[in-house]
Write a protein that binds this ligand. Structure first.
Ligand code: SAM
Length: 497
């Protein structure tokens, strides 16, 4: 499945040690599936298992499935926290867990029945990456399988997890990771549960700071803090921190950090005073408003890739304070509806059109192109994404990013500003696209760092023909505690002073 399974497939201990063969055409007996409560199963683990199953069977997004499932089943706070930790943690670590499971089961994970594999991933995660007592991790996994699929299959799960429990994560890594001297990138990627191509992309983007790769991968593999945005005009970050028990974020004037918990339960979020938004994303929206224009700001702003509406909501709130208006473009009906709902009562008009041919009237003062991208910078918050994305995805996205940036250039007025942003640090999606636009359209690269004053070690020169590409901002989880957001502010020349 992942390229990190690497050596596990090559060295297989005897097939008999893991008990019953797991591959079977017989699905768990859905029709006879017992009610988990009646079967005495732990609701948190059942919820986590169901998330892993939805991700595997229907390519679902864990961070969309889990909250809905927690609400539907009315899990208490403790159970919800455990379900979240297990579902997200096991999704993030999937490649590493699969290598260990394959070794312990003496067969590739592709030969293990999907529903059993979900439980094995959950069990292996608890054994290797939590403080849950090993007997509890094994017993709850075995119970789940026995209740659904019978004693034969639960024996197999028992045997595999017992073998997993014989070593620590560090021991398994020492056994299964590619050797550091011959394949340092593969080794670092394996240790921190990342596909190698993503570790390589991070390495390339770090450039002269590539020595920080290990620290970056470790931060990217950890549970992120919850970031809230205090809606300007509604509540200040200080007030929000007070009512939520959180801490004011270090960089964005609107940010509050929480250690964990379900932000959907907070009154401030339910009442629309605050939203959930990574602090790096807040800085992107702020950069659009702070970037220096030539001439006056006529108050016509455009968010060209707006769905699901996080930045549009912050831009709308800032526009309301400044007396500006925002047009928000999103071609997907469903996502456009999400933008409408997140910008209700704000001076934002949503257009369900393609940003490359929006038909909107040119002459905008400020345009944000928060382009569709691989999302490699937000892997902490999209648990399964690292194992789903493929290197082949990059080229198609880069083509779309270039077209969207060209469309923005055609819509911005002379002297106006376009901020190009991605939640990916991949060089092809970032400075590749920006450098190309500067060359093709004769844009002026601005010093993007001035839009985020006080954020250390974030600004870099964008390589350009003659330095005209300006500087961009690259944020990193290990340095800034944010997603790895990239953004660059570009001005269309020719504005009258
Ligand atoms: C990175 S997301 C934007 C996130 C958003 N700005 C926010 O803060 O919530 C990129 C968005 O671009 C949209 N998109 C994809 N193709 C597009 C196109 N041709 N024109 C405009 N938007 C597009 C996607 O549907 C997606 O909602």
């Amino acid at each position: 499945m992942s390229e990190n399974q690497g050596r596990s497939g090559k060295r297989r201990p005897s097939r008999t040690r893991a008990g019953n063969p797991a591959r079977s055409n017989t699905r768990p007996r859905q029709a006879n599936r017992p009610n988990p409560a009646e079967a005495g199963l732990d609701p948190a683990r059942v919820a986590a298992r169901d998330v892993l199953r939805a991700v595997r069977e229907r390519d679902a997004y864990a961070n969309l499935v889990l909250p809905a499932l927690l609400r539907e089943r009315r899990l208490g706070e403790r159970d919800a926290a455990l379900a979240t930790e297990l579902a997200y943690g096991a999704s993030r670590a999937r490649g590493l867990l699969d290598s260990v499971i394959a070794h312990a089961a003496s067969r590739p994970v592709e030969e293990i029945d999907g529903p059993l594999l979900d439980v094995l991933r959950l069990g292996a995660y608890q054994l290797l990456r939590t403080r849950i007592a090993p007997h509890a991790a094994v017993a709850t996994s075995v119970d789940m399988v026995r209740a659904e699929a019978g004693p034969g299959k639960s024996g197999f799960v028992n045997a595999v997890l017992r073998r997993v429990s014989e070593r620590t994560e560090a021991d398994w890594v020492a056994e299964l990771a590619p050797p550091a001297d011959r394949d340092p990138m593969g080794n670092a990627a394996f240790r921190h549960a990342h596909p190698t191509w993503i570790a390589q992309a991070f390495h390339d983007a770090l450039g002269a700071d590539a020595g920080e790769l290990d620290e970056l991968l470790a931060a990217d593999d950890a549970r992120p803090a919850v970031h809230l945005v205090a809606r300007p005009g509604e509540i200040s970050a200080d007030e929000l921190a007070l009512v939520t028990g959180g801490e004011v974020g270090p960089w964005s004037p609107y940010a509050v950090h929480l250690d964990g918990g379900d932000p959907g339960r907070l009154d401030a979020v339910r009442e629309g005073l605050a939203g959930v938004q990574d602090e790096g994303s807040q800085l992107v929206a702020r950069a659009l408003v702070e970037a220096p224009l030539e001439g006056d700001d006529g108050g016509r702003w455009l968010d060209l890739c707006a769905g699901p509406g996080g930045k549009a909501a912050l831009l709308g709130a800032l526009a309301a304070v400044d007396g500006a208006t925002v047009d928000a473009v999103e071609p997907s009906e469903h996502r456009a509806d999400l933008v409408r709902s997140s910008t209700r009562d704000l001076p934002v008009t949503v257009h369900t059109v393609d940003g490359r041919s929006s038909g909107l009237e040119p002459g905008y003062d400020r345009i944000l192109v928060d382009a569709p991208c691989t999302g490699l910078g937000a892997l902490r918050r999209r648990p399964e994404a690292r194992w789903r994305r493929r290197p082949e995805d990059v080229a198609g996205l880069v083509a779309l990013q270039r077209e969207l940036l060209a469309a923005a250039v055609a819509l911005v007025r002379p002297g106006g500003v376009v901020v190009y942003a991605t939640c990916s640090p991949h060089l092809s999606e970032t400075i590749g696209v920006v450098g190309d636009a500067v060359r093709r359209h004769g844009l002026i690269g601005l010093d993007t760092g001035v839009t985020v004053p006080g954020v250390p070690r974030s600004t870099r020169p964008t390589p350009g023909r003659d330095g005209s590409a300006g500087t961009h901002v690259q944020l990193w989880p290990h340095r800034h505690g944010t997603d790895a957001m990239f953004f660059a502010a570009l001005r269309r020349p020719g504005g009258a002073q």
